[in-house]
Design a protein around this ligand. Structure first.
Ligand code: SF4
Length: 317
């Protein structure tokens, strides 16, 4: 239940949004209270599409830095705010521009396909961006003879490689949330709940993907639980998504897949969880922290993002 203090914060956020013509875009991995006050909740692809097409003057991004940067690149004329600049991403951090530039130079002639979970500088070095919702289709849209570099997530990269059979050189990066799921703990849960379906994100490691009943992006997992006839799911992605699953189908049971280290909250993304209602309120009040990017980097990064969006639109994604 909402406390009196929380209720006051929420109504102040609503008033400020209206007064300043601001919208809140929230990722599925945000806490439920933030998802509920957002104007739009989605995965990276849907959030990019929304950032590129809205009438607001201010976009407040309830998510992590690479997402807010993508919004700024797609809507350079708007003020883009991120309530906590420390909301980074371990996956994005695993691919530094200086190292990636070297990798590209050492492997010439390959088309550089980069996952959206990267900094603006990495996007500027890429030929085309993808998200987990469209990675397979983006790679399949390239001519079959094209050799590819895929970065930064090695699990998603190998998933795409297996699905498409293409010549893909995969960068060795991982997300601290998705690589931490425990195969043993999931199998033990399956014994306890034999009817449960294991649904996981492609960023999970191969042994976890191998026992899954369904593998998909956050929005596909949501879609799956919406349409599936089952009643119980072991969910192998950041547990923030369960908020939307419960809203859609409150009668079903959703069990977060446990991490290897049961003493830590590794299945929650500590970067995503840096964003709070209080920080959103302060950020809207003060209109900072704001995302600033180098104009040359923005221009270079925009091309591969727009190429992805064009293909996604053509494919109806
Ligand atoms: S869940 Fe993983 S990939 Fe997503 S923002 Fe957190 S660290 Fe990055």
């Amino acid at each position: 239940m909402e406390s009196k203090g929380t209720g006051k914060i929420i109504s102040e956020i609503r008033n400020l949004k209206e007064a300043k013509n601001a919208i809140i875009l929230a990722h599925y991995y945000q806490t439920g209270d933030i998802q509920d006050i957002a104007d739009f909740v989605g995965d990276s692809l849907a959030l990019s599409q929304k950032a590129a097409s809205n009438d607001a003057d201010i976009i407040l991004f309830a998510g992590v830095k690479f997402m807010a940067e993508t919004a700024k690149i797609l809507a350079p004329g708007k003020k883009v705010l991120l309530p906590d600049m420390n909301a980074g991403c371990s996956l994005s951090d695993s691919c530094k521009p200086v190292d990636f530039k070297k990798f590209i130079m050492e492997n010439p002639g390959r088309t550089v396909v980069t996952y959206v979970n990267t900094s603006a500088e990495i996007k500027a070095l890429s030929d085309i961006i993808c998200t987990s919702s469209n990675a397979v289709q983006i790679v399949e849209s390239l001519p079959p003879e094209e050799k590819i570099i895929f970065a930064p997530d090695r699990n998603l990269g190998n998933f795409v490689l297996n699905k498409t059979g293409r010549d893909i050189l995969v960068w060795n990066g991982t997300c601290h949330v998705h690589e931490e799921f425990s195969l043993e703990a999931i199998l033990k849960l399956k014994e306890e709940y034999p009817d449960a379906r294991v649904i996981v994100h492609p960023e999970c490691e191969l042994p976890v993907r191998m026992i899954a009943d369904f593998i998909g992006s956050t929005s596909s997992l949501l879609q799956f639980t919406r349409n599936d006839k089952g009643n119980c799911y072991i969910v192998g992605t950041e547990p923030g998504i369960i908020h939307q699953m419960k809203k859609d189908n409150p009668g079903k049971m959703y069990i977060p897949a446990p991490p290897r280290d049961s003493t830590c909250g590794c299945s929650e993304c500590n970067f995503m969880k840096l964003i709070t209602l209080e920080k959103i309120l302060n950020c809207l009040r003060e209109e900072k922290p704001e995302i600033y990017l180098d104009s040359t980097v923005m221009l270079k990064a925009k091309k591969p993002i727009e190429r992805m969006m064009r293909i996604s639109e053509e494919l109806g994604l």
